[in-house]
Design a protein around this ligand. Sequence first.
Ligand SMILES: [Fe+2]
Length: 205
Amino acid sequence: MNHRFEIHPGGQRVSYSSRKSAEDYERQISEQGKLGMSFAQKPDICQTIFRKFFTTFQQAASIFQSSNSPSGLNVSVTLSPEMPGWNNVIEGLPSEVKLHDHSGPRYLVAKTDATNLQLLDPTTLEPLASASYKALDSRLDGQLSASHSCWDKETNEFYNFSCKFGGRFPTYKVFRIKGDGSVDIIARIEDAPLSYLHSLAMTSK
Ligand SMILES: [Fe+2]
């Protein structure tokens, strides 16, 4: 569920609305009677201790469930207005999908600790497309990224990492998406253990 508060000019009135973002995913769970992963099916003390990890892992695993539906994935942890890098995905949207053309952001992007992303209408909160960082740039091929990425408002650059499982150590790629949509891999780390990184922070120095 995404929630929207609109503070009107003058600050005297606030409108509220909300909308479900994963109705097709809900429907799939309802029809199958279970989540897509086996982790959640057996009571296990580890599920309590490592609850956050398993939640993330389930979300990461949901990448492998192919869903062409905009609401086929559960993504809503954080929202980014007009996150750069979406030009190709937006150009490939079906012709009936129209982006917001009023004042304010044209779109929102919902993010999570898995690499899944979701494009939302900023006014109605309707899911418009499901995608992943890999759809923005094929080098961003990991299963995990931080829900709380960083945005440099002075340069309109978006920062996050992509972590790909496999081998003795995973491969971390720290990346930047510039305002024009181009992607730089700033660092590649191949000798660090697998970690759960939910949030990134950034300073000016
Ligand atoms: Fe958080």
